[in-house]
Design a protein around this ligand. Structure first.
Ligand SMILES: Cc1cc2nc3c(=O)[nH]c(=O)nc-3n(C[C@H](O)[C@H](O)[C@H](O)COP(=O)(O)OP(=O)(O)OC[C@H]3O[C@@H](n4cnc5c(N)ncnc54)[C@H](O)[C@@H]3O)c2cc1C
Length: 556
């Protein structure tokens, strides 16, 4: 039963469905399409427009062992290396063995991937992969094509109800603590407007990432960690939050740039572009056998280190030797976005710096996507299935969204057929009695982002994280003080998002401060070594009765 909920008006309207899916990226839409095959009614609720999540922005592609000579076992090996000792090997095995067919089913759904003149699917390579195994579309517009195909497919199924501009607030449970629906705020007109409730037999969170917790990120504005915050308030366990992947090569737009920044995909390095420092020296050579194609954490750390050594704000990615034709055909999106910012990669190196990119952790799930709250599932970037460990291997995330969405749908279908998915009665009394979390003002968003980028960014230390924790604590206290003085912030999208960002940031810093080692994408200046004896285990975060997150190391 939720002990905490966001401050919000009581629901003014109610709707009913069988399965409610929150989010319309690769994970949410794949769950919806597959659950429908069992004849269950599905409602997809999504914060903005259907294609507004990270999925649309994915450039590089989807990793799957489809090439000649490649095998799931080799894909598994590369994934385990990137995960730095914290992957759940069984989850990875599931990902890599079910992955190739999941990609084929996505093609059958309508996604058009790039093919050679012989009609065969073209495969490229990205950091950490020892084989060409990345399927791509439109050159560097893979996510846009996947999103287009899935959105088109859900539109053709009248059994899938789609509600856009619907910000989900909190989980509803029944008297035995089984998920029974959710509360949400719809920016609509007419019958479903304002705060309402959706009753359902099961709830699937597919809310994507939390990149907006940091000042500079590749994630779109909707990636505010809402699913993780909701799950924490609902009593679910969350894990591996400290493992945030910073993408090494994000277009550097100046010291004041904030919010979503354009990505320069790893595939550009995969095709042979070089990282060079302020003096034009290729600094990745000799640092790792794969040089520029080393796993992302290694490249992000090397860039950060060289930036510090040279007192530079960015490094450069040099792809001038590709020539105009290759840039135009292979990387049209990146070329256009660089040119839109006054940089021409055909004639000049691209200024790049690391930015928050991917949440390897999230709501803890079992191999069927079930969370620790019965009837609550999590899928895609919001989930932690265990496949990424301490660092995600490039292009494994779209694949994870596909594979585990199919598994969630299979689990729901099986339970439905076995009569284990009855209608639920929402315990409204319990829902309203949960402690309302005071909302920070909407301006808190920028302050949270600033604190996180300074204190818990690529390079962390006990001191930097103590500063971040103190600042975040102050924002929370101000929220409580204003609520006590009866001057609370208005409940609205901006303040609900700020409350979610605050909770997720606080939980992330608490976990990162506790992990006294350097592993994967968690880099501690004060603990530079990996410490398997103490830390080859996960930190599980839950919400204490006081409303603060508590991280506990898993038993070894
Ligand atoms: C620039 C960029 C490039 C990338 N490139 C690649 C790549 O090449 N290969 C790869 O594998 N991965 C890549 N990734 C990562 C990958 O795109 C994401 O991990 C993946 O798309 C996540 O899918 P998802 O369905 O979990 O979430 P998303 O696609 O982010 O969708 C989340 C959905 O949830 C909705 N939502 C969020 N909160 C709420 C709420 N409170 N109420 C209602 N709805 C809500 C959002 O509006 C959105 O519809 C990239 C990511 C970025 C940002």
């Amino acid at each position: 039963m939720s002990t905490h909920r966001l401050t919000a008006p009581a629901p003014g309207w109610t709707a009913t469905t069988d399965v409610v899916v929150v989010g319309s990226g690769v994970a949410g839409l794949t769950v919806a399409l597959n659950v429908r095959k069992a004849g269950l009614r599905v409602m997809v609720v999504t914060k903005a427009m259907l294609d507004d999540g990270s999925t649309r922005w994915a450039q590089g592609g989807v990793a799957a062992a489809l090439g000649e000579g490649d095998t799931p076992e080799q894909h598994l090996d590369d994934t385990l290396v990137a995960g730095a000792g914290l992957c759940d090997e069984e989850a990875v095995r599931t990902l890599v063995t079910e992955g190739p067919d999941a990609v084929r089913r996505l093609i059958a759904t309508g996604a058009l991937f790039d093919r050679g003149e012989d009609g065969e699917i073209l495969l490229t390579r990205e950091g950490g992969h020892h084989r060409d195994r990345i399927v791509h579309a439109g050159g560097d517009a893979t996510g846009a094509e996947i999103s287009r195909a899935l959105v088109a497919a859900v539109h053709t199924d009248p059994g899938i109800e789609l509600i856009e501009h619907a910000l989900v607030l909190d989980l509803l449970t029944d008297a035995v603590g089984h998920a029974a629906g959710l509360t949400l705020h719809v920016m609509g007109e007419g019958r479903r407007d304002g705060v309402g409730a959706v009753r359902a037999r099961a709830v699937v969170l597919a809310t994507g990432g939390m990149g907006q917790v940091f000042s500079a990120t590749t994630n779109p504005a909707v990636s505010t960690g809402d699913g993780v915050a909701l799950a924490l308030r609902a009593g679910a366990a969350v894990t591996d939050l400290e493992f945030v992947q910073f993408h090494p090569t994000v277009l550097w737009l100046g010291p004041e740039a904030e919010g979503q920044q354009p990505l320069v995909s790893e595939a550009v390095r995969g095709e042979g572009a070089h990282l060079v420092d302020a003096d034009g020296v290729r600094f990745m050579v000799g640092q790792h056998e794969l040089a520029e194609l080393a796993p992302r954490d290694i490249v992000a750390k090397a860039i950060t280190r060289r930036m510090q050594e040279q007192g530079a704000e960015h490094m450069f990615l040099d792809g001038r030797h590709f020539g105009a034709e290759m840039w135009e055909h292979r990387f049209p999106t990146i070329l256009a976005s660089c040119r839109a910012h006054g940089i021409d990669p055909v004639t000049e190196p691209i200024p790049v710096a690391p930015a928050a990119h991917y949440a390897s952790g999230g709501v803890r799930t079992d191999p069927h996507g079930r969370t620790s709250v019965p009837g609550l599932y999590a899928c895609g970037e919001v989930a932690c299935t265990g496949v990424h460990g301490a660092n995600r291997l490039a292009s494994n995330s779209l694949l994870e969204g596909l594979v585990f969405a199919e598994r969630i749908a299979a689990d729901l279908t099986g339970r439905h057929r076995a009569g284990e998915l009855p209608e639920r009665t929402v315990d409204v009394e319990a829902a309203r009695s949960a402690h309302p979390v005071p909302l920070p003002p909407s301006e808190a968003r920028a302050e949270i982002q600033r604190l996180m980028s300074h204190g818990a960014g690529v390079l962390r230390s006990a001191a930097s994280m103590a500063d971040a924790a103190a600042g975040l604590g102050l924002i929370a206290e101000q929220g409580y003080a204003h609520a006590a003085e009866e001057k609370p912030a208005d409940p609205r999208v901006e303040t609900w998002e700020a409350a979610n960002l605050l909770l997720v940031a606080t939980a992330l810093v608490a976990a990162a401060a506790q992990r006294a080692e350097t592993r994967g994408c968690h880099w501690r200046e004060d603990f530079p070594e990996r410490d398997d004896a103490h830390w080859r285990r996960h930190l599980i975060t839950t919400l204490a009765a006081t409303g603060g997150p508590v991280s506990t190391p898993e038993e070894q």
